[in-house]
Design a protein around this ligand. Structure first.
Ligand SMILES: C[S@@+](CC[C@H](N)C(=O)[O-])C[C@H]1O[C@@H](n2cnc3c(N)ncnc32)[C@H](O)[C@@H]1O
Length: 417
């Protein structure tokens, strides 16, 4: 394995530092732009990875806030100065846009959100000798036993040690499980994913855990079986004053602050339409806020999410402003004719993007489209389809919903030329 001295010049989309060697990029984890490093090159010629042997001169580095940084897979970017961090995230967006031919797009400064606010997490649990609870390691199946976390909301961090004790109690030797945690308005929702249904003493341990930790709702899932353990309070999210009962393991944005910032950007971008379609609506994060502007037709593929949205609209007496349709938009996107009923569209697809729906939008007459995306690569692909269909990409606002991770959220506005 050969060693070379390299200078890191940028940050790649997974958070690794990038240097040029023999005219090709080499990815070096946990390095920062400006670092001069001695690197052991990976023997795999195609992979172009390097491992730091020695930092010869430090570049734009900051001291990571967490003791687990470097081993835990939760964060990739705690080692950068504030400016370099923001520039790296903006650089990814610019790079993704450039790949699809967008050169001079107006990009707003990165909106920074607070750390310690993440309200959803999937923690891995295992028992092999000692019980462990935490995120998986970076590119590894090993679990990093979490003793602190600066990303998660304190209400979730407080459950890590009790979950570790629970794992010690209920898991067999070499047993594994995971805990999907969601912090709702009434407290934490815990869904334990087990390899098989718990026996009676296991169920008792789960019920005790729920009571001792004052868990709002606790359930377990094994294969296709899902069963409640305790429901002490409703698990809700509040969107524009409307309370939605969250289904188990429902999608919600990363934090309450992310909800507010993204909804604000969507409202800023939407203008003053007469009728809006909110596609990939989830449980209604944007639907209820948008309904204050104009009637909204919310379309969502997940049956439970669509049902929760519809029930919340009825309970809040806004069903005349928010109609709900369950529909798979990948297989059955809204057609150009259906889209013609609206003068503004919001779409917020999962990471794979909205290929089929973007093709339909490209052939539509809708004057304004607002995209929300958690993946700049698929966003840029879909944006190219819209622009080739006659839209202008007028504005892009990146939002740092996932602090220190290699993820980036954005809101973009398209207008028909
Ligand atoms: C990124 S989330 C956005 C949800 C919502 N807009 C929000 O901000 O909370 C994407 C949503 O798309 C839904 N979804 C995924 N694939 C879909 C499909 N093929 N058709 C319709 N909805 C889909 C998911 O269930 C999820 O609710």
């Amino acid at each position: 394995m050969s060693e070379v001295d390299l200078t890191i010049d940028s940050v790649g989309v997974r958070g690794d530092g990038v240097a040029q060697h023999d005219g090709k990029p080499v990815y070096v984890p946990f390095t920062a732009p400006g670092d001069r490093v001695r690197v052991r090159l990976s023997p795999d010629k195609d992979e172009r990875r390097g491992e730091v042997v020695e930092i010869l001169a430090a570049g734009e580095r900051a001291k990571p806030v967490c003791r687990h940084f470097g081993t835990c897979g939760g964060c990739a970017l705690q080692h950068l100065t504030d400016e370099t961090y923001a520039a790296a995230k903006l650089g990814w967006l610019q790079g993704a846009l450039a790949q699809h031919g967008f050169k001079d797009i107006e990009i707003a400064p990165l909106r920074r959100l607070a750390s310690g606010t993440r309200r959803r997490a999937r923690l891995a649990l295992a028992r092999d000798g000692e019980a462990v609870a935490g995120f998986h390691g970076r590119m590894s199946h090993a679990i990093v036993d979490m003793r602190e976390c600066h990303v998660l909301h304190p209400a979730l961090v407080a459950l890590v040690a009790p979950l570790r004790r629970l794992a010690a109690e209920i898991l067999p030797r070499r047993g594994k499980a995971s805990a999907a945690l969601t912090l709702g308005d009434g407290g934490v929702d815990v869904l334990l994913e087990l390899s098989k249904a718990p026996a009676l003493d296991g169920l008792e341990a789960l019920a005790r855990f729920a009571a001792e930790q004052d868990i709002a709702r606790m359930s377990w899932r094994a294969g296709s079986t899902v069963a409640p353990v305790a429901q002490r309070r409703p698990v809700r999210a509040i969107f524009a004053g409307v309370a939605v009962d969250l289904p188990l393991d429902a999608f919600v944005q990363a934090s309450a602050e992310a909800d507010a910032v993204l909804s604000g950007l969507v409202l800023d971008a939407i203008g003053a339409p007469r009728r809006i379609a909110d596609l990939y609506a989830g449980v209604g994060t944007f639907s209820f806020a948008l309904a204050a502007r104009a009637p909204v037709h919310a379309v969502e593929g997940d049956a439970e999410a669509a049902k929760a949205l519809g029930q919340a609209a009825s309970r809040a007496n806004v069903a005349d402003r928010v109609s709900v349709e369950r529909r798979d938009l990948a297989r059955r996107p809204l057609s150009a004719d259906e889209l013609a009923r609206f003068d503004a569209i919001v779409f917020d697809p999962p990471r794979v993007g909205a290929l089929a729906q973007s093709r339909m939008l490209a052939g539509s007459t809708v004057p304004r489209v607002v995209a929300v995306s958690c993946n700049p690569a698929t966003f840029a692909r879909d944006a190219r389809i819209l622009v080739d269909g006659g839209y202008t990409l007028a504005h892009v606002a990146p939002v740092d919903s996932f602090v220190w991770s290699p993820h980036l959220e954005l809101v973009a506005r398209f207008e028909r030329r």
